[in-house]
Design a protein around this ligand. Structure first.
Ligand SMILES: Cc1ncc(COP(=O)(O)O)c(C=O)c1O
Length: 364
């Protein structure tokens, strides 16, 4: 058995060992073909079965209703920052953005390169930093907006939406890059969901898009065809050479989720893990401080500060010595950030919470 540490990195992130082992076996010789999975053509039945199974697993786990398509695209979530407005921001209309962190800021900036976009809410404080998500009635969406875009989980600031606005006829677009599949959800509340795979779904290289078919139809036709959702949907995400390995890994990760008990079980584990870390913070209130308002605290990325930056450095070192890696906060905000995606075990969170208790006692 290879030596594995606990990896709390924000993405690329830790992966389930069974998903990795499966890939290890398939790398040299996939199902007795004498060719590894990386070497199979995206048009061969052997790969096509993986492609279809990945879509089926997504549909089953997320209970994606009829009338929605699942697409595999490239360019990451940031690619979608551009591709969403390219398709849906028609001349003469304005898109509304809820800005709750770095990724929302970048998304609205991209939209402004394509057309008209405005901020329907912005939670930045005087220092430009975000410590909460807005109450739903704070979101000042125009009734005739082209769409409303929001980031469901703010990977850098450690905030998360636990409810989404009812936007009526205005399409709701969700960037769920860092919390897709963290719990069961009602997909029909959104019109388009996208997520880079490298946090909860697998490895970088593929971006999942779940889109209402009506919205595909309404998309612009005067943009390059490779960026039109209709092109990707019509070609079953095989218009060009698909990122087969990233989709294959998504299949392995989704199959693992299903095998573990599906998204209800993921939610139980995620709440337990986040509870352990937030409890460790509140158990030493003079030592640890979570800057995020309680109701907005993310279950996926827990951020917190120690009394001084020097102590933060020592804590990172002690954690690494205890094989707890990847806990340093994003360079733009500092402090700690602990990513607790589906693949992180409860044991990992327990070990980190234990260290937090001991470290506060020794240094407080
Ligand atoms: C919420 C969110 N949106 C977008 C991105 C950008 O993703 P990508 O690197 O796939 O473009 C990230 C990356 O961490 C993210 O966390």
């Amino acid at each position: 058995m290879a030596h594995r540490v606990f990896n709390f990195a924000p993405g690329p992130a830790t992966l389930p060992v069974p998903a990795l082992k499966r890939a290890q076996g398939d790398l040299l010789d996939y199902q007795g073909t004498g060719i590894g999975i990386l070497e199979h053509s995206h048009r061969k039945p052997s790969y096509m079965a993986v492609h279809a199974e990945t879509k089926k697993l997504l549909r089953d786990l997320l209970e994606i209703p009829d009338g929605y398509s699942t697409l595999f695209m490239q360019g990451g979530a940031r690619g979608q920052f551009a591709i969403v407005p390219m398709n849906l921001l028609h001349p003469g209309t304005t898109a509304d953005y809820v800005v709750t962190g770095t990724w929302g800021e970048k998304a609205v900036a991209e939209a402004k390169l394509v057309g008209e976009a405005r901020e329907a809410a912005n939670t930045a404080g005087d220092d430009g930093k975000h410590t909460r998500v807005p109450a739903l009635d704070e979101i000042a969406m125009a009734k005739d907006a082209a769409y409303l875009h929001l980031t469901t989980n703010n990977t850098i600031y450690g905030t998360q939406f636990f409810d989404f606005p009812d936007t009526g006829d205005v399409p709701l677009i969700l960037d769920m890059s860092s919390d897709i599949c963290w719990q069961p959800m009602d997909v029909s509340k959104a019109d388009l969901i996208y997520a880079g795979a490298q946090k909860n779904l697998g490895i970088p290289g593929v971006t999942l898009v779940i889109i209402k078919d009506e919205l595909i139809e309404k998309g612009r036709r005067d943009i390059p065809s490779i960026f039109q959702y209709r092109t990707i949907e019509k070609a079953d995400s095989l218009q060009n050479t698909a990122p087969t390995f990233a989709i294959y890994m998504m299949r392995n990760v989704l199959a693992w989720m299903a095998d573990q008990g599906g998204l209800e079980e993921m939610e139980r584990r995620n709440r337990k893990k986040a509870g352990l870390i937030y409890d460790a913070i509140s158990a030493a209130p003079d030592f640890y401080r979570c800057p995020v308002e309680e109701a907005s605290r993310s279950v996926m990325n827990v951020v917190f500060r120690l009394p001084t930056e020097e102590l933060e450095g020592v804590f990172v070192e002690e954690a690494a010595a205890a094989e707890l890696m990847g806990i340093k906060g994003h360079r733009s905000v500092g402090g700690m950030r602990v990513s607790l995606y589906n693949s992180m075990s409860i044991e990992g969170a327990e070990k980190l919470a234990e260290l937090m208790g001991a470290f506060a006692k020794a240094n407080g």
